[in-house]
Write a protein that binds this ligand. Sequence first.
Ligand code: PMP
Ligand code: GLN
Length: 379
Amino acid sequence: IDSRFPNMGTTIFTVMSKLAAECGAVNLSQGFPDFQAEPALFDAMHRHMLAGRNQYAPMAGLPELRQAIVDKVAALYGATYDVESEVTVTAGATQAIFTAIAAFVRPGDEVLVFEPVYDSYVPAIETVGGTAVFAQLKFPDYAPDWEQVKKLISPKTRMIVVNSPHNPTGSLLSAVDLEKLAEMVRGTDIVILSDEVYEHILFDGEQHASLSGHPELAARSIVVSSFGKTYHITGWKIGYVVGPAALMAEFRKVHQFNVFTVHAPSQLAIAEYMQDASRHLGLAAFYQEKRDFFRELMAPTPFRLLPCRGTYFQLASYAGLSELGDRAFAEWLTREVGVAVIPVSVFNADGRDDKVVRFCFAKREETLVAASQRLLKAF
Ligand code: PMP
Ligand code: GLN
């Protein structure tokens, strides 16, 4: 076949999880919890299925869930979105991101992304004929350099994609960063796609700076979140976008022919489950315990832990430990030590390798202990 994507490989998450399974390694590579969600969520889904709620939901999502989303976003960020025209339920954040890019980016347009960049953005941009332009979040603090961003913005820039809390680095955008971003786009028609799937996972009392809470930015932003991260159900593949009606109308033009609508019983179950706000508000404390536990376990190893201000990922430098590049090191660690991790250079367009790997700590304590024991034994 004459491949349309001759240079596209398989996503690193599939590669590393497969290798972990083959080697019997503790899998701290792909980001997903290895513990159960609460039975209340499954009971609700079961009940709605038995009650016959098994047919197509409306294209934009069931009103029960759209209302719960809008209420949550208003309570947390003080933003008002219209239930009818400004929120859409999606098949996870991945579909939301792809759909938003397809809705706004024309062939020849430029889309500014920050690298290390989450691996689904650039393939989506290139599939619709856009060109990714890369700004750097630099090791070791991974903060945006707004002077660089300013230089990279051109008349061709159609969209800027931001992600906070940031996968894979665990860095955050601050209120000051949002002001800088607002300055950059003022007077342009640039659309912002804000990937906020880890919006509830911030540590040490940090507050999430949602673009929906910044009126000037919110007016040109599609904000994405994912219930997979929030309720420990990554396999359900349910997320949502909020954005102003004019942008949402464009988003839905693509969404309707992309998936049309997503799994109805899960939408009802989540809408019900969301009514107890402690379930998303408690997530930060829940994951802070895991982060702190994992960092303590890792302290006696020779890995140098980088700051982790949000997400469920911990970066660690192995400089001085091995001469291998990070891909080879991750593979070696999986095969020989029995701990699977993600090499961070795969998120850099130029392959820049700072000798940093990513550990996922969304795991049971026993899983984290098993991984650390293997690491301690090996080093
Ligand atoms: N964006 C980021 C930054 C992510 O980490 C992930 C999932 N790991 C996604 C998007 C995709 O989320 P979903 O599983 O809901 O498609
Ligand atoms: N986003 C998850 C991660 O960063 C994985 C999602 C996926 O496998 N596509 O590990």
